[in-house]
Design a protein around this ligand. Structure first.
Ligand code: IPE
Ligand code: IPE
Ligand code: MG
Length: 238
């Protein structure tokens, strides 16, 4: 069965508007090869490129990628620095390609706590791509779901807003204005959320694959979307 067949089938059925991905398994990918963890992160950047490209082609509205969690700071300093360096490098090398593909960029998370260089690269990237109308690439950086909910409550308190309900609460989350994810993919087999989009994933379809993030390619994404299209979404109904 070729990738093209899968694509034809996918295009004939309703697509998720928003796909969220926990890109996991970089370390294990490197370990399997007897390489330092950084090599796994580096290899994972190719999977990012491909996921963005394929989502753009499919006409997905939003792709959220969990790139760094609020808990990831506990990793060795060398690894954290390497991840921040990779992010900066990607932001400078990929922006023109993203622009060509009509991709818009945004972030969720406490980005003001990231290294100033990364913040600067993010600002530049977001500015350069802000007029694009295709895929919204949403990077979750220094992101934590609980922190996001706490930040939302602080915002609401500060503004003195009294009439909060489930609908307008979303307006105070980092993801304000975005549809909730329809499909959440986690690579490398772990069956947990790891503090990712706790509020927004309430009714997302979950898809966990054993494939490690650096091995995740077009065909794996197609498979995840096909699996999503087979699910029956009930939202509490019958
Ligand atoms: C995901 O891969 C990348 C980040 C969390 C930044 P990991 O680095 O968590 O890889 P494993 O889970 O150790 O294999
Ligand atoms: C989740 O992966 C965070 C990112 C992918 C950025 P982790 O590897 O940090 O999660 P745990 O430690 O397995 O829960
Ligand atoms: Mg991990």
């Amino acid at each position: 069965m070729s990738s093209d067949d899968a694509l034809k089938r996918i295009k004939n059925k309703p697509l998720p508007r928003h796909i969220a991905v926990i890109m996991d398994g970089n370390g294990r990918w490197a370990k399997k090869r007897g390489l330092p963890r950084l090599f796994g992160h580096r290899a994972g950047t190719q999977s990012v490129r491909e996921a963005v490209k394929v989502c753009g082609e499919l006409g997905i509205e939003v792709l959220t990628l969990y790139a760094f969690s609020t808990e990831n700071w506990v990793r060795p300093k060398t690894e954290v620095n390497a991840l921040m360096g990779l992010l900066s490098k990607m932001l400078s090398s990929e922006i023109s390609e993203l622009d060509k593909n009509n991709v818009r960029l945004m972030t969720v998370g406490r980005t003001h706590e990231l290294p100033p260089k990364v913040q600067d690269d993010l600002r530049k990237g977001i500015e350069k791509l802000k007029h694009n109308t295709g895929l919204t690439l949403n990077l979750a950086l220094n992101y934590g779901g609980r922190q996001e909910i706490v930040d939302a409550i602080k915002k609401i308190q500060k503004l003195g807003i009294k009439n909060i309900d489930e609908k307008n609460f979303s307006d105070y989350l980092y993801t304000a204005g975005l549809p909730d994810p329809d499909l959440m993919i986690r690579t490398s087999g772990e069956m947990r959320l790891s503090n990712f989009l706790l509020y927004q994933l309430a009714y997302a379809e979950l898809y966990v694959t054993e494939t490690l993030w650096p091995d995740f390619r077009r065909e794996h994404l197609y498979k995840a979307v096909e699996e999503y299209q087979k699910r029956e979404r009930r939202f509490g109904g019958t």
